[in-house]
Design a protein around this ligand. Structure first.
Ligand code: FAD
Length: 319
């Protein structure tokens, strides 16, 4: 019998995040899928993970971000379920958790994977992009167990034809040995746009915006995209530092990246070159970003972006 795959599904107030649904989809090729949620996750989470093929939902409580305590709880789950593979989304927090879990379960560890396959004998094979996506790496996990942190957007989330009705089990996380605790959480005011690191579409503004991000934001909203920026834009204070993409910012791998007034400097490319399709709008036909763009538009972003937004609105079906 094939060993189950445990999938850590990140959620917001019990609503699974898109990255979790992608993981459940990827996991189905590896074996029977069991979802894991950290913290309160009820009927809505169960229904949603069932829709994406999970036959069980394990809820770890209390919800904590402490990697050592969570790794111990997950290791117990690996033991009791006999899981051979644990998948999680490759976020900053999850990568730390993945490392702890691999250590305590003696598993092979791969983080920032952009693809997942199985080799003969059922071994897990991962695909990673390296050196600003100029190299592709295929790795085979040699240990009987694998812990893999997969990047958002690596696979499209596809529900199963007939939804599963997962059994829901709650497991205690032993937090007695924790050395610190969260005393307060204050969510950052949200823009209503998707999370930059998880977004399927990202529209990025650079120095060419001269501080006016309205055209970038307008196109982003038509596309349901997140807004990103170059370091010049964040250093100038035109947009918050959390929007910075690149070597000293966040790494994104959306299906579609649109860069406007972005030159494509190597430090920026390091954070976006793994994007699926790259579209560049730049006034300078010699701009380096055109070397990596799938579609390049030479022109003024303040003309091109509103035209693109208007055309997309026109093409969008009513309703
Ligand atoms: C150690 C280090 C780390 C760094 N880390 C990062 C990082 O993480 N992320 C990052 O982004 N940068 C980083 N940088 C900075 C990086 O090297 C570049 O300076 C920066 O990415 C350039 O930003 P830009 O493309 O917005 O600006 P520029 O390079 O000045 O390019 C602006 C572009 O806009 C075009 N343009 C101007 N007006 C218009 C218009 N109206 N319409 C269309 N196009 C127009 C121009 O033709 C030009 O190509 C780092 C630098 C160092 C030294």
């Amino acid at each position: 019998m094939t060993a189950p795959v445990l999938v850590l599904v990140d959620h917001h107030d019990g609503v699974p995040r898109a990255s979790g649904l992608e993981l459940l989809t990827a996991a189905r090729d590896l074996g029977p899928v069991e979802a894991v949620c950290i913290g309160e996750a009820g009927a809505q989470a169960a229904a949603e993970v069932g829709r994406f093929g999970a036959g069980a939902l394990h809820v770890l409580t209390p919800g904590t971000t402490a990697p050592v305590a969570l790794a111990a709880a997950l290791a117990r789950l690996v033991e009791t379920t006999g899981a051979a593979t644990v998948l999680m989304s490759s976020t900053f927090e999850n990568k730390e958790l993945a490392a702890h879990l691999a250590l305590v379960t003696d598993a092979g560890l791969v983080v920032d994977a952009a693809g997942l396959e199985t080799a003969d004998g059922g071994r897990v094979v991962t695909v990673q992009q390296a050196f600003a996506a100029t190299w592709t790496l295929r790795s085979e996990v040699l240990r009987p167990r694998a812990v893999v942190a997969l990047k958002p957007n690596a696979v499209p989330a596809t529900p199963v034809d007939t939804p599963f009705e997962p059994t829901v089990t709650t497991h205690d996380v032993d937090v007695s040995a924790m050395r610190e605790r969260v005393v307060e959480r204050t969510p950052r005011p949200t823009s209503g746009r998707p999370d930059l690191t998880e977004a399927q579409v990202v529209v990025v503004g650079g120095r060419g915006t001269e501080g006016d991000f309205s055209a970038v934001e307008e196109l982003a909203d038509v596309l349901g995209a997140a807004v990103g920026a170059t370091r010049v834009a964040t250093d100038e204070g035109w947009i918050g530092h959390e929007a910075q993409i690149g070597q000293t910012g966040v790494t994104v791998s959306p299906r579609l990246y649109v860069g406007a007034g972005v030159s494509g400097a190597v430090h920026h490319r390091g954070g976006m070159q793994a994007s699926g399709t790259i579209v560049a709008v730049n006034a300078d036909p010699e701009a380096p970003i055109f070397e990596i763009a799938d579609l390049g538009v030479v022109g003024d972003l303040f003309t091109i972006l509103p035209q693109a937004a208007a055309e997309l609105r026109r093409l969008r079906p009513e309703g």
